[in-house]
Design a protein around this ligand. Structure first.
Ligand code: PTJ
Length: 253
């Protein structure tokens, strides 16, 4: 794909650079063409959020990180999350002792292998979800996201899903998994169905989770559990929606 040169002083330079990253990832076979469209939807919500991480999201990120530190967890990686923050995802997995599993909506073994290689280039050791020998299925889920690794998502308690649509979250809940998600859209099925919904851009969220994991590494299991126990996802979603509504009202007056 032809990429445009971005003048350094362009008011949207940062956002345009990220678009170029997405195009590079599409060209190299990491991202699906649908991923480009998904990114555009995310951008629109990020505009309303003000393209920064607010205090509400910071609190949710802290709780999500504490839960990863406490639990037997898997980070589920798709094309978009690999394109935007593969290095940080590998760091987060190491710091929280989480496994990494590739799980794609638009299933392609070639793309899965490329994503796996990218994660390995950033230091990941074991990548789950690739070896057919270990795959099983999420009961009743129709989409190709049903294929999960017996050693990974199938046997984990907590699944961290940075960015996807909501079909799988719903079925993971039916399997009694605790689900953490990142989605800029607070109205998506993913955000509504999850136990911990981070309404923010993964490009900011994953580095912040890496920071928080380092900061929380000295906390006792009791202290981590206290952080998680106090959390109310419904309330956080309401706060984010109010934050977004207020921004729109403030901008219109
Ligand atoms: O790589 P695959 O095959 O697994 O496909 C991945 C995509 C994302 C294409 C697939 O899961 C999909 O079609 O997802 P949706 O239904 O478009 O949902 C993606 C959600 O992610 C939307 O609600 C977007 O607002 C949100 N989103 C997009 N970019 C970001 C984001 N949320 C957080 N950070 C982003 N950078």
């Amino acid at each position: 794909m032809t990429k445009h040169n971005i003048p350094k002083d362009h008011p949207r330079a940062h956002s345009l650079k990220i678009r170029n990253t997405m195009i590079d990832s599409y060209d190299s076979g990491i991202l699906s063409q649908y991923g480009l469209i998904a990114h555009g939807r995310g951008e629109a919500f990020d505009y309303i959020l003000g393209e920064t991480t607010n205090k509400i999201s910071l609190k949710t990120i802290r709780v999500a990180t504490a839960l990863l530190l406490l639990s037997n967890s898997v980070i589920s990686v798709n094309g978009n999350s690999a394109a935007l923050c593969s290095k940080e995802l590998v760091n987060l997995a190491k710091l929280t002792n989480s496994k990494i599993e590739i799980n794609l909506f638009h299933k392609s073994s070639t793309r899965a292998k490329k994503i796996s290689q990218l994660l390995k280039n950033h230091g990941a050791m074991d990548i789950y979800g690739i070896n057919k020998k270990f795959l099983t299925q999420i009961p009743n889920l129709k989409s190709d996201r049903k294929f999960i690794d017996k050693r990974g998502i199938f046997s984990a308690d907590v699944i961290f899903v940075p960015l996807e649509d909501g079909d799988r979250t719903e079925f993971l809940k039916k399997m009694n998994k605790t689900v953490i998600t990142v989605d800029l859209n607070p109205l998506s099925r993913t955000s509504i169905m999850s136990d911990i919904s981070i309404i923010d851009n993964i490009i900011r969220v994953i580095p912040e989770m890496v920071n928080q994991s380092e900061n929380m590494s000295n906390l006792s299991l009791d202290d981590l559990q206290k952080i998680v126990n106090k959390f109310n996802n419904q309330k956080q979603l309401q706060l984010i929606l109010r934050f977004m509504s207020k921004r729109l009202i403030d901008l219109s007056t």
